[in-house]
Design a protein around this ligand. Structure first.
Ligand code: B12
Length: 254
């Protein structure tokens, strides 16, 4: 067993860690994809850097459509799970990430969620960049467009696509194995899911101009989408979700 100290993991040990994570995550509607912190830091501005050695082993955690039914609804059914303040889905993710951490007592794992902010109110982790460098998703940004049709002053937010789920997924955060480096970790390139400039422009238009109609998520054919219950949940304002939570709980009980 490895100690909670600086250690270099071989590809064999890495495979053991990855298999264990997959076993814990995939039955619950999650995927994990490894990356080195250095790959992430190489892309983001210094203010977003993660202060670890470049070879430090990390994983990005993605929720796929079935997470809602496999993890979130069971969480809602647990009697004491809903504290008056806080987002129930965020709380559910916190619980899930802590459960994963507990399964690796010999490692010092730092978890960072997509919703965590620094003291300067900056996101602690840019999950889209993490997802891209892991090769799990392709992050499409304005700078990927060759003939840019937008006013230069307009802010265009970037969006990731998953090769199997298009836009029907979320990037929930990262697990960083502090003090654990994996120099030989092979890099999985992110695949070019869209082929033409027009397709990228169309994706960015849908995401920036009418993300609420869900159409950016269907820019490519997908294996699975969010269920109607899940879409109803996310289409409801967070402050008005109590009724829908109650009906989801009743449905699951019956
Ligand atoms: C703040 C935030 C918002 C804000 C601002 C949006 C924004 N992008 O800034 C608001 C409230 C508007 C928003 C709205 C939405 N959001 Co939002 N949001 C975030 C959040 C928390 C942080 C984003 C951020 O501030 N980025 C900071 C900027 C500076 O990052 P950046 O533009 O990527 O710049 C970096 C890269 O360019 C990188 N870089 C530079 N060069 C290169 C080169 C390469 C190759 C790479 C890979 C990177 C790279 O360096 C830059 C930093 O230095 C993320 C979660 C997270 N923690 O990342 C979710 C997130 C981006 N949102 C998401 C979503 C889905 C939405 C909504 C659709 C609502 C929803 N949740 O359903 C809407 C749609 C947005 C719209 N059309 O207006 C998803 C996107 C998923 C995806 N498929 O990409 C995320 C990832 C949340 C998640 N858990 O999955 N959001």
């Amino acid at each position: 067993m490895l100690e909670k100290t600086e250690s270099i993991v071989s590809l064999e040990d890495f495979s053991k860690i990855k298999s264990k994570l997959d076993l814990l995550l995939s039955p619950n509607g999650f995927e994990c994809h490894p990356f080195k912190v250095g790959w992430y830091n190489d892309h983001v501005a210094e203010s977003f850097h993660l202060e670890y050695q470049p070879d430090t082993l990390a994983f990005v955690i993605i929720s796929i459509p079935s997470m809602f039914e496999k993890t979130f609804i069971p969480y809602l059914l647990e009697a004491d799970c809903l504290r008056p303040q806080g987002d129930p889905l965020d709380q559910c993710m916190v619980k899930h990430f802590s459960g994963i951490k507990e399964e690796f007592p010999s490692y010092d794992i730092t978890t960072i969620h997509d919703f965590e902010l620094t003291a300067n109110r900056r996101p602690r982790i840019l999950v889209q960049t993490a997802g891209h460098v892991s090769g799990a998703v392709r992050y499409y940004q304005r700078k990927d467009v060759k003939s840019d049709p937008w006013d230069e002053k307009k802010k265009i937010f970037g969006v990731c696509l998953h090769p199997r789920y298009g836009g029907w997924f979320a990037l929930r955060g990262v697990l960083i194995f502090s003090g654990v480096t994996c120099p030989d970790l092979p890099r999985q390139p992110s695949s070019d899911i869209l082929k033409t400039d027009d397709e990228i422009i169309e994706l960015l238009r849908r995401y920036n101009e009418h993300w609420e109609d869900w159409s950016f998520r269907d820019i490519i054919p997908v294996e699975e989408r969010y269920s109607k219950n899940q879409m109803d949940y996310f289409s409801t304002k967070p402050s008005e979700r109590m009724d829908i939570i109650d009906s989801l709980k009743n449905l699951a009980k019956n």
